[in-house]
Write a protein that binds this ligand. Sequence first.
Ligand SMILES: Nc1nc2c(ncn2[C@@H]2O[C@H](COP(=O)(O)OP(=O)(O)OP(=O)(O)O)[C@@H](O)[C@H]2O)c(=O)[nH]1
Ligand SMILES: [Mg+2]
Length: 390
Amino acid sequence: MPANLPAEAKAKLAKYSEAKTIEDKIKALEEFISSVPKHKGTENLMLWARRRLAELREELEVRKRKKVGGGIQFFIEKSGAAQVLLVGPPNTGKSSILAKLTKAKPEIAPYPYTTKTPLPGMMICEDIQFQLVDTPPLNIEEPESVINNRVAGLARNADALILVFSVDYPNIYDTIRRALEILNERGIMVSRARGIVRIKKSRDISGVKVEGQGRLIGFTEEDLRRLLAEYRIFNAIVEIEGDITLDDVESALITNMVYKPTIVLVNKIDILEDYTTLISNIRETIPKDISVIPVSVEGGYNIDILCNILFKTLNIVRVYTKSPNKEPDPNPLVVRRGATVLDVARLIHKRLAENFRYARVWGRNVKYPGQRVGGDHVLEDRDIVEIHAY
Ligand SMILES: Nc1nc2c(ncn2[C@@H]2O[C@H](COP(=O)(O)OP(=O)(O)OP(=O)(O)O)[C@@H](O)[C@H]2O)c(=O)[nH]1
Ligand SMILES: [Mg+2]
């Protein structure tokens, strides 16, 4: 249901997203809340606004405490090809996974709420590394718990999520549903649903540019520009995937929903004689685009396939660059699937892309090794590229 916000509320929301300090954000959000008419169409919006306000107030508290000393660090700087967050209810084996796949030494214990702060470790997958981050558990019993906001905050910054559940939960289906709800209510989407909208405000471009392979359903780019202008957004890239309506764009603007590629691990299957029915029932209850993998960390079952699954879920490929008459660089560039030769040139240097002439490619998508290709040639995993420029 569309929110149909009055102009005043839209202006306040713009003020909120432009605010630089937490104090200014809190003030703008308070004003926004009081300017929104209360009806069915604004229910979700109000839920989001109140929750965001609570998060901001909490953040302000934490900062104040930090100045005094102490305070917990709830942000993990990214490293490696992607940051992948281990998320789930208590005692499901998140820390055990981190310990198994990386050199990190988290605390592991047979009781819930062992992990108190996030902890990173590097997981080696062939010639690249993913940063795995262990997190404190989601509180399923008390969805409004502060810890859920913090974990969602970490998830917002991550590139992908591994949701970890365990077969020793009495009602695993309900637990999974509630965990997904906790994330969704905090703006983290784990499924692509119909389509995705990402709005990137940028001063570097002028005007509103639509990118991606999605389709605008029932509206034009001009309608989109008009809507963004109402929110005082004049320079932005709007990335769309799948089928997008104008309502989807407005929800993305208002609630700041983000999509995170996600896989679900169902751990401790060593306890069960037969897990096939359980796994297929779980697959039935969650969105189809999420892989559900039965694992046993302690038994070492299905742990070795995680690299491969992460690769697919993150939708990335490795590309090795080389100079003429030299061996390829052993360290690959990691790019999104569908990236072209020109995208890779741009990654290396802006000027290399501007002065691009042609490239030679060795790999799967060429007719013979070292084939000459243009800038729009799409690269495959493990391709070797030699770029020639003026
Ligand atoms: N049977 C069995 N037990 C496991 C497996 N993986 C982990 N465990 C046990 O489950 C308990 C909890 O493991 P942790 O790794 O601490 O779980 P966690 O999800 O990090 O727990 P919190 O930090 O409290 O959220 C420990 O006693 C582990 O030894 C497994 O594959 N099978
Ligand atoms: Mg733990």
